[in-house]
Ligand binder design. Structure first.
Ligand SMILES: Cc1cc2nc3c(=O)[nH]c(=O)nc-3n(C[C@H](O)[C@H](O)[C@H](O)COP(=O)(O)OP(=O)(O)OC[C@H]3O[C@@H](n4cnc5c(N)ncnc54)[C@H](O)[C@@H]3O)c2cc1C
Length: 240
């Protein structure tokens, strides 16, 4: 049998990447202290929420909804929880109902209309920044390189940006090593920023102390629109 070496290897194998384990065995996932439940159900939102993402922040938890078209709604809850917590689906529904009982309509109604078998539970992790995203002809991409908590809704988006930049550099640079070096140089700052902002946001959203929560809410209400826009520009501007 003839054995051939791959010209390149791209490890796009997600948060628990086996390729990353080979390159950087010391890499560590960090539990955020928060778990999540998600579901998609057929349940149209009121017209005021149809084209918006909407979140309600509570004490150590939050609940969000977003229409995903065809009369379906994506909903998610995040909550403080020990790592690898287990619960039966019926228990999960019961405490989700309790969690949103005082939240505004239509959240309690939405949870009541969600069948327990539709609810997925996932603990939220991110990856401590790696010393590098590539070694020789092997590179990491997406969650394998920079897994983030989902608080900014950016993990998938960042993986797509990685794919574009790495492909473009592989097509234009003289060597694979030069291409992977350029890919990391271009993408690293933004991806690291997303990981750290997302982790911070998760903590700010879940603040339990009522005094600090009121202070947070006042500060957030008074943030100038221009500053909000600058932060969004950092996420949505493509620097390549
Ligand atoms: C609760 C939650 C909510 C999220 N919400 C958002 C959001 O709103 N917006 C957003 O942009 N992102 C969101 N994300 C993040 C997003 O899902 C990930 O960042 C994104 O899927 C990463 O893409 P990836 O291709 O790097 O990895 P993955 O999507 O994990 O793909 C990796 C693939 O590699 C395969 N694989 C793994 N190991 C092997 C192996 N040994 N051999 C062969 N194949 C293998 C897997 O089966 C999988 O198909 C969320 C994540 C979570 C957990």
């Amino acid at each position: 049998m003839e054995l051939r070496c791959a010209a390149i290897v791209v490890g796009a194998d997600g948060m628990c990447s086996a390729v990353r384990q080979q390159l950087f065995p010391e890499a560590q996932l960090r539990y955020s202290g928060q778990s999540s439940c998600r579901a998609i159900v057929e349940s149209p939102l009121p017209s005021t929420l149809e084209r918006r993402g909407w979140e309600v922040w509570g004490n150590g938890c939050r609940f969000g909804v977003s229409s995903v078209g065809h009369g379906e709604v994506y909903s998610y809850a995040t909550f403080d929880a020990p790592q690898s917590g287990q619960d039966a689906p019926s228990e999960r529904v019961a405490w989700l109902r309790q969690m949103v009982a005082d939240f505004p309509a239509p959240l309690p109604e939405l949870v009541a209309a969600t069948p327990e078998e539709r609810i997925l539970r996932t603990d939220m992790y991110d990856l401590r920044p790696l010393p590098a995203w590539h070694r020789g002809r092997v590179a990491l991409l997406g969650d394998a390189a920079h897994a983030t908590t989902p608080n900014l809704g950016q993990g998938g988006a960042q993986a797509i940006e990685d794919a574009y930049v790495s492909a473009e550099n592989l097509a234009t640079q003289a060597t694979v090593e030069a291409a992977f070096t350029a890919y990391e140089r271009i993408r690293r700052g933004k991806a690291d920023h997303v990981v750290s902002r997302s982790r911070q946001l998760g903590k700010v959203v879940h603040i339990g102390n009522p005094v600090i929560r009121r202070l947070r809410n006042t500060l957030l209400r008074n943030i100038p629109a221009s500053l909000n826009q600058r932060q969004l520009d950092t996420l949505y501007t493509l620097n390549y």
